[in-house]
Design a protein around this ligand. Sequence first.
Ligand code: 13P
Length: 234
Amino acid sequence: MKFIAGNWKMNGTRTALKEMVDALQNVDTENKVILCVPYTMLGLNSGKVSLGAQDVSAHEKGAYTGEISAAMIAETGAKYVIVGHSERRQYHEETNDIVRQKAELALSAGLTPIICVGETMEEKQAGKTMAVIESGVRESIPSDVNQDIIVAYEPRWAIGAGLTPTEAEIAEAHKLIADTLNNMGLYGTPVLYGASVKATNAAEIMSIPNVDGVLVGGASLKPDDFIPIITSVK
Ligand code: 13P
């Protein structure tokens, strides 16, 4: 079983989500399919597909105009929330500390956080990839986790750019993440790969050791692109 998670980012409509959910009902798969959609689409009937949000406030409640709390997301019936996505880190200056606070609140509301880590092009060129990934994992995950969490490795330079790391680079990053999680006592935590995943590379990427699934951006928006990714692995 692999995790196939879509991240719609700021795209789609409630109608489009309904069409996607309808199209997914007949897909014969044992993989776990998750769609992380804009807040306004949460709460729609999603059948066997689990819904998730793409961000959550770092505050529990109160005077934070415009923010959405973990409890509010959970109340919609959503099960997951992405935290620390590279676009949040880049455009909203989210640090590992903020990401960890968000993950803590998600967990206390009963949500499974999908905690993203990954290096920028600048960090990659400076030879810091492994250090950034390891500190991202260590600093973004709350201590004393005793619920499910998911980690996603998203090389930030590859997202939306049509670029993908080599298989060896993905393997090295995922091995480091798995080893770090084991050192933290978080055995068996699923680790997803995300950046420029599409039907033509999904099976190959998911055959790499320690890759437990994928987090898909652009190719998760249309059933014709997303379904072949879901069915590319058993
Ligand atoms: P793309 O698949 O569009 O590169 O986006 C990846 C991503 O950011 C998933 O969260």
